[in-house]
Design a protein around this ligand. Structure first.
Ligand code: NAD
Length: 291
């Protein structure tokens, strides 16, 4: 039986640490760190995610405000709001909730966010710094996965890893982070012809394809470490991931549950990036001055 990686508990510990960091800043007379969230349109799932993020910020003593814009918002209107938030000295982090309505170019909006305030780490500057292995904001979900792997105590150096998915949000930055930890990484994606055989060679699988229960027993090497990024509701209304959990759990050494695995870490890493952005801004000492 695999050891369960309890993302909920690990994220709760990280949030407590961040809360005491904020308290220390406030005790020294500084203002609280602040995150501005931008939500365009009325996608119900996005609304729920934004509420979670707001609540998590407040719980650790951060300030947060959400700009709710109608789904007809034009790209130039959104650019103006981003510019206003970039120039606001009281705003440390800016998060634009995805997806955006189709009249808006997502990469243009993300690219408009000042790199130091790009707490999702999705802009070209931060993704470039990640590629080079230099300090910068890392995308929250893959960063959370790295923290989960750290808690297993497994040395990633020289290990074979398979990342399933290559989005800018999860798969691609995940490949880079594992590579920087000296794993040998295979990136499996929708055009890969021998996904099962490649996955089966891996000591670590990170499943982020967005396909319910894609990874079956015959994809998994015995004693592999399995990280499930996917989250879906199946026909029976149950939450499932990209791993066929019941099949793969008995042969893995460690596994994340859905829910309670990667999801809570994504929010914890967002908070962590916000505090980082705040500290970089108040000290004036940050990587964007150099690179
Ligand atoms: P995406 O749709 O942008 O990317 C999916 C990737 O998977 C693509 O690169 C595609 O090439 C690959 N893919 C699709 N079908 C495949 C297949 N059959 N075999 C191999 N590769 C395949 O999705 P995303 O934003 O990267 O998110 C992936 C999943 O993770 C989704 O289920 C999403 O809901 C979930 N997610 C969870 C969290 C969290 O905090 N738990 C955060 C972000 C995303």
């Amino acid at each position: 039986m695999a050891q369960l990686i309890d993302g909920k508990a690990i994220a709760a510990d990280i949030r407590l640490d961040l809360k005491s960091k904020v308290e220390q800043h406030l005790a020294s007379g500084a203002r609280p760190p602040a995150l501005s969230v931008v939500l365009v349109g009325d996608d119900p799932a996005s609304g729920i995610y934004v509420n979670f993020k707001e609540k998590a910020c407040k719980q650790i003593g951060m300030k947060t405000e959400t700009h709710r814009l109608p789904k007809e918002t034009s790209e130039s209107e959104l650019v103006s709001l981003i510019d206003q938030l970039n120039n606001d000295p009281e705003v440390d982090g800016i998060l634009v909730q995805l997806p955006l309505p189709k009249q808006i170019d997502k990469l243009r909006i993300i690219g408009r966010i000042s790199p130091i305030k790009d707490v999702d780490g999705l802009g070209a500057k931060n993704q470039g710094l990640l590629s080079l292995g230099l300090a910068g904001h890392r995308p929250c979900t893959p960063l959370g996965v790295m923290k989960l792997l750290e808690t297993t105590g497994i040395d990633l150096s020289g290990k074979q890893a398979a990342v399933i998915g290559r989005s800018i949000l999860v798969g691609s930055p995940m490949v880079r982070l594992l590579g920087h930890a000296n794993a040998t990484v295979t990136n499996i994606h929708s055009r890969t012809t021998n996904a099962r055989a490649l996955a089966r060679e891996a000591d670590i699988i990170v499943a982020a394809a967005g396909v319910p229960e894609l990874v079956k027993k015959d994809w998994v090497k015995p004693e592999a470490v399995l990280i499930d990024v996917g989250i879906h509701r199946n026909e029976g209304g149950k939450l499932v991931g990209d791993l066929a959990f019941d099949e793969v759990e008995p042969i893995a050494s460690h596994i994340t549950p859905v829910p309670g695995g990667v999801g809570p870490m994504t929010i914890a890493m967002l908070l962590s990036n916000c505090i980082q952005a705040y500290e970089w801004r108040i000290t004036g000492d940050h990587p964007y001055l150099v690179y």
